[in-house]
Structures are given as structure tokens and as C-alpha cells.
Design a protein around this ligand. Structure first.
Ligand code: VGL
Ligand code: ZN
Length: 210
């Protein structure tokens, strides 16, 4: 698949807390970094996302007296999975992994900063109505296709790719440049992608821009 100037690579949440040793470590999360470093130079445009929660965020189990991580609670906007405290604004866990070196990135999109709403998707928060502004940004920049890589395949990459389709962009997930929080979810996510028209390829299928 040939990359054009209307394509953008969105590198999702390569932060210390999602990598081994972090508060919400994704199995093999750091394994995607060399893959992303290898393909990023093929793209004319790169965007980073950063999970960026205030202390006491509504998605943290620690914000509830009797809840544990990975349980679900009913919030005003529906079911919300609770997580260990992670990616707290200004903490080392929220920083990008030091091996991620993409100074050419044109935008760092922060999400999850509203105390009472979580945000898995880079386009809409979990209430499905509060936009992050990414749709307008991509549209105004003239991008037509978004390529997605990063963490986690079953959360932020998953919801971002589906919302990209809803917003009218072509969405291509670079499968070998993603890892899941729950690797047993792969088949379900794959089916969701197929239904939404999200294309999955491996980075070996990318070729240099013309
Ligand atoms: C994410 C869980 C909690 C993600 C963020 O970026 O995939 N997952 N916060
Ligand atoms: Zn989060």
C-alpha cells in the first residue's frame, strides 16, 4: 500500500504507563516501538495521542470506595471499565516512552482530561458526543486516510479506528504495530473492524511514497 501526502500516521498512547513496568502495562506494549520507528519515516505526517488524566479521574478504581481495577461501573454515559491510576497529568507514567523518538510529529492530541468522562477514542470521548477536535483538525488539514498504530489495540486504537470511519476517513490499522490489553479480544476487535470498514494490514505491506 503506497503512502500519499493525504495520509497521516496516528501513533496512539505510547506512554510509560502502557509499557512493561507501567501502571496499566499492555503485554509486549514496548514491542511496537521499533516497528513504529521503522515506518514513521515513510509518512509525510505524524500525529501522537497522549492519554492525559487528572488525579481522581472517573475511570480510576481508586476514585470509588469499593471498586477494583477492571470492574465496570454505570456512569451517566453508560458502562465504564475501571482502571488502575494511569497516565496522570505531569507524572512520569504519562510521558511518552523514551524510545519513541518522533520529533516530526505535527500534533500531540491529549485526551481523557475531563474529570468525569473517559476517552478511549481520539475522536470522541466515551459519552460518544464530546468531540476532541481531531475530526476538524484532520479535515482542515486535508487528510483522507488515517493509519493507526500503538496501544491499546482493544481500546484506544479500536475506538479511534471505528470513529475515524464514522467521521468519513479511510482507516487502516497497522496490526503488527499494535498490542492489546487483553490479547484474547483479538477476534472480536477484528470482526468489529471488518464490519466498520476498517482495513488491517501489516507494516510489511507499506511502501514508500511515490
Ligand atoms: C486506554 C485504557 C484506559 C488506551 C486508555 O489508550 O487504550 N485504555 N485508558
Ligand atoms: Zn486512560
Amino acid at each position: 500500500m503506497q503512502i500519499t501526502p493525504h495520509d497521516v500516521l496516528i501513533v496512539v498512547d505510547i506512554q510509560n504507563d502502557f509499557c512493561p513496568g507501567g501502571a496499566l502495562a499492555v503485554p509486549e506494549g514496548d514491542a511496537v516501538i521499533p516497528v513504529i520507528q521503522r515506518v514513521a519515516p515513510l509518512f509525510h505526517h505524524v500525529i501522537l495521542t497522549q492519554d492525559w488524566h487528572p488525579d481522581g479521574h472517573t475511570s480510576f478504581a481508586s476514585s470509588y470506595a469499593t471498586r477494583k481495577p477492571f470492574e465496570q461501573v454505570e456512569l451517566s454515559y453508560g458502562l465504564q471499565t475501571l482502571w488502575p491510576d494511569h497516565c496522570v497529568q505531569g507524572t512520569p507514567g504519562a510521558e511518552f516512552h523514551p524510545a519513541l523518538r518522533l520529533p516530526q510529529a505535527e500534533l500531540i492530541l491529549r485526551k481523557g482530561f475531563r474529570p468525569h468522562v473517559d476517552s478511549y477514542s481520539a475522536f470522541f470521548e466515551n459519552d460518544h458526543s464530546t468531540p476532541t477536535g481531531l475530526d476538524g483538525y484532520l479535515r482542515e488539514r486535508g487528510f483522507q486516510r488515517v493509519f493507526l498504530a500503538g496501544l491499546a489495540y482493544d481500546y484506544c486504537v479500536h475506538y479511534s479506528a471505528i470513529d475515524a470511519r464514522r467521521a468519513g476517513f479511510e482507516a487502516i490499522v497497522l496490526r503488527d504495530a499494535c498490542r492489546a490489553i487483553d490479547p484474547s479480544s483479538d477476534a472480536r476487535i477484528h470482526a468489529d473492524f471488518a464490519q466498520a470498514g476498517v482495513v488491517e494490514i501489516t507494516t510489511a505491506q507499506l511502501s514508500r511514497p511515490a
